[in-house]
Design a protein. Structure first.
Length: 149
């Protein structure tokens, strides 16, 4: 009898944990769509935590892949190299890269901030799904950034 009661509590807890996970995920996804770097940062940080949570299944966490897939670099090594080169030199960014950012309404610092947070999310999800992470994505994820004010 005790086993049945324990199982019932676990199922209820998992249901409520999963429901809370979805509530927080929906808020965080909306926040990452914000033009505000601060809101984007709050949303991305929340998604990073949710990606490592046990409250949802791996199948449900696949949804979080959508965030890094729509990043400016889409976590492609060539695009990341270009982004890192633009931020490590004093020279002017390429005209093509500047056009892409201005079409999205993002400045240079904002673009780096968002890409770093997307890379952090990708690293966590790659660990969750046992996927290999590109060394450049890992390098990008380690950069210390703060939102552009």
């Amino acid at each position: 009898m005790e086993n049945r009661t324990t199982m019932g509590r676990l199922k209820r807890r998992n249901f409520y944990s999963n429901k809370e996970w979805w509530t927080r995920t929906m808020w965080a996804l909306e926040a990452t769509a914000s033009p505000s770097d601060r809101m984007f940062g709050y949303g991305a940080a929340t998604l990073i935590e949710l990606a490592g949570s046990d409250a949802a299944s791996k199948e449900e966490k696949v949804l979080l892949d959508a965030v890094w897939r729509v990043s400016g670099t889409q976590m492609r090594d060539t695009s990341i190299r270009q982004l890192l080169a633009e931020h490590s030199t004093v020279s002017e960014p390429s005209e093509e890269a500047e056009t892409q950012r201005s079409e999205c309404g993002l400045g240079k610092a904002s673009s780096l901030y968002r890409e770093v947070l997307a890379a952090r999310l990708k690293v966590i999800l790659d660990e969750e799904f046992r996927r290999e992470t590109s060394p450049l994505v890992s390098e990008l994820a380690k950069i210390q950034v703060s939102p552009a004010l």
